[in-house]
Each structure stands twice: as structure tokens, then as C-alpha cells.
Ligand binder design. Structure first.
Ligand code: SD4
Length: 341
């Protein structure tokens, strides 16, 4: 019957609505009156909005959540202006663009590629690993070989803008993960990325389709100017992404080392299993990071985003600046995320 989700917000959150086109979650948890069989897709950062639109095409026509998340994250992967995911991503310290991605469906099937070069859509290679091999993870040259054998095209992913940013970085060669990518790429002289401030990083996306099945995808070029061979949390099942079709799904963004240390996305799903709302679960995972790395955590960003089986969603971050995008039958919104520091 009706797939309309009636959106009810707490009065405080409601009163903080619509600042700069975003809805703030600064005052208490958002409440939703969830109806069954309503597809929904949520994804990290502002650029999640365009990605959600692609995912929504699949979901709104009765498609599978798995197809939706793949189609969705392919948008930033192909976006030449996006320097944190796929084509145009910032390279490692040797000037090589190495990509990490993973995907997981409603049946605990998953696939992942790590440190993959020359392929614009690592998420689709990860899906092929899931569907066509007896394995879950392929890395580096092996992943590339597999991609080429499966019809993917070898391309140069290093754009002139990203090469320029890398050459500039070489002058100091200081590896310094920044709080939010916006600060790294913008509001500075010689902004390598024209088009004004944007706020984005890894894209993690989770979705529920009209049949109530969950899936997720996560894809990134990783930390800019990382060591060659470095792999972050994003392609690690349980760290950057986890989907448990009985409970919910979660994804992460930010400094991957801290997410891996606490197996972040799996932790968020387990916290939801214990009865926490998505936002509470994300907050507790962020607090776990603080308890494990009290000093370091003050200077870095990690954010979690989660969706439960009822279609409720929430997020939490260490620092200000994390945002996420939601699309369902009744809303298309960007939310700023509550944070600890
Ligand atoms: C990583 N979590 O490689 C990813 C990328 C990211 O801020 O989100 N960077 O650690």
C-alpha cells in the first residue's frame, strides 16, 4: 500500500531546521514514524545527495538495494571534480591513485578490492569479486588483473588537478590527515578544485529496498598522500561497512586506522542489535574511539552512519563538519551530524 513515510521530528530538532539548506540534528534525536516497505537510501557527506538520486532510480522502480548502492556510489566514483573517490582521487605519496571499495548484500555476501589502480569503478569490481569468485578480497595487481579479465577498462585516474595538488604536497611531504576534506581542498590559495567549497570524503551508502532487504557500499581513494600500499577501513568488511539484514547496516568515514581499530561498522550494527537507535549506536562507536585513542581522537575526524531494519537512521562524528544525505519516498535532505568535540 502506501509507501509514504511520515516524518516526525522532535520539536527541538524541528526548530533548528533548514540552515543553509541543511537540517540540523543538533537538539535531540530525530523521530520517525516508519511504515513498512518504504525504500530508503542514506549516504555520507553532501555529495551523497547526487549518489542517492541514482540509487533512488533503482529503489523507486522496485529494484534491489544491492543494485541501488552500486549505482549510487558510481556517481562520485566517476566525478572528475571529486578528489576523494574514484576517478580524480588524490594519489598516494608516490603519485599513484589507489582505490579501496567494498559491497555487501542482504545475505552476508560481500566483496572487496584494496589498493586497486586504473579502474574507475572499484565498487563494480568488488561486486564481481563477490559474485564471481570464491573469495571476498582481492588486492593490488591481482584485483587489477581480475578487473581487466572481467571487461573493465584500464584508465589513467590521475587528473591534472590531483597531480597538481600532489606536486604541491611534495614540497613539504608531510602526511597530515585533515579534519574534513573541505578544509584540505578549499579556502586556500590556488584551490586545486574549482567550483567552490564542498564537503565530502569517502562515500558510504546503505539502503533498504521495497522488500525490506538491506545492502551497503563504500568506496574511496583513501587518505590523500598515504604510503604506497596503505589500505584504510573502507574496503574492510566490518570496519568501513557492515550489513546484517536482521538488524541494520552501517558505514564509516574519516581516518580509517581508528575505524579499523574498533571494527567500527560492525560495532555500530551490534550496538543496534542491543537495542540502541542508529544515532545512539553511532555515538557509542565514536565514544569507543575516544576511549581507545583519547589524545589522537581530538585531532582527527571519524563519522558513522547507520540505518536499522525499521528504516530509522542516524549518525555521529568526532568533530564538527560531517554530514549525510537521505532519500526516501517523502524526503530528500542533507543533515549536519552531531559531534563530540
Ligand atoms: C580511509 N576512511 O582511507 C577512508 C578515507 C576517508 O578521510 O574517509 N578519509 O581511511
Amino acid at each position: 500500500m502506501s509507501t509514504r513515510r511520515k516524518f516526525l521530528q522532535s520539536s527541538l530538532a524541528g526548530s533548528a531546521a533548514l540552515l543553509s539548506g541543511k537540517e540540523l540534528l543538533a537538539c535531540g534525536e530525530t523521530k520517525y514514524d516508519v511504515q513498512k516497505n518504504n525504500p530508503i537510501v542514506i549516504s555520507t557527506w553532501d555529495f551523497g545527495k547526487e549518489a542517492n538520486a541514482a540509487a533512488w532510480k533503482v529503489l523507486s522502480s522496485g529494484g534491489r538495494a544491492l543494485d541501488a548502492v552500486e549505482q549510487g556510489v558510481m556517481v562520485p566514483e566517476a566525478d572528475v571534480k571529486n578528489q576523494t573517490v574514484g576517478y580524480g582521487g588524490l594519489p598516494d605519496r608516490d603519485g599513484r591513485v589507489t582505490l579501496d571499495a567494498c559491497i555487501m548484500d542482504e545475505n552476508y555476501n560481500c566483496g572487496s578490492v584494496m589498493c586497486l589502480e586504473h579502474i574507475k569503478h572499484p565498487i563494480s569490481v568488488a561486486r564481481k569479486v563477490m559474485e564471481k569468485t570464491p573469495h571476498i578480497v582481492l588486492t593490488g595487481d591481482g584485483a587489477l588483473q581480475f578487473a581487466l579479465a572481467n571487461g573493465f577498462k584500464k584508465e589513467n585516474l590521475l587528473t591534472p588537478e590531483s597531480e597538481k595538488a600532489w606536486r604541491k604536497w611534495l614540497k613539504t611531504s608531510k602526511y597530515e590527515p585533515v579534519m574534513n576534506i573541505e578544509n584540505q581542498l578549499h579556502n586556500k590559495e590556488n584551490d586545486p578544485m574549482p567550483g567552490g567549497p564542498q564537503n565530502h570524503d569517502t562515500i558510504g551508502m546503505v539502503a533498504m529496498d521495497a522488500t525490506g532487504q538491506l545492502s551497503g557500499a563504500c568506496t574511496t581513494s583513501g587518505m590523500a598522500f598515504k604510503m604506497r600500499g596503505r589500505v584504510g577501513d573502507s574496503p574492510i568488511i566490518g570496519a568501513g561497512l557492515y550489513v546484517d539484514n536482521e538488524i541494520g547496516a552501517a558505514t564509516a568515514t574519516g581516518v580509517g586506522e581508528e575505524v579499523i581499530r574498533i571494527v567500527g561498522s560492525f560495532l555500530v550494527v551490534e550496538l543496534m542489535r542491543q537495542g540502541n537507535s542508529p544515532e545512539e549506536a553511532c555515538k557509542k562507536a565514536v565514544e569507543r574511539i575516544i576511549s581507545r585513542s583519547p589524545e589522537k581522537s581530538k585531532k582527527l575526524q571519524v563519522g558513522f552512519l547507520a540505518l536499522n531494519k525499521k528504516g530509522e537512521f542516524g549518525a555521529y562524528a568526532l568533530q564538527k563538519g560531517f554530514s549525510f544525505a537521505v532519500k526516501n519516498g517523502s524526503e530528500e535532505k542533507l543533515y549536519d551530524v552531531k559531534h563530540i568535540y
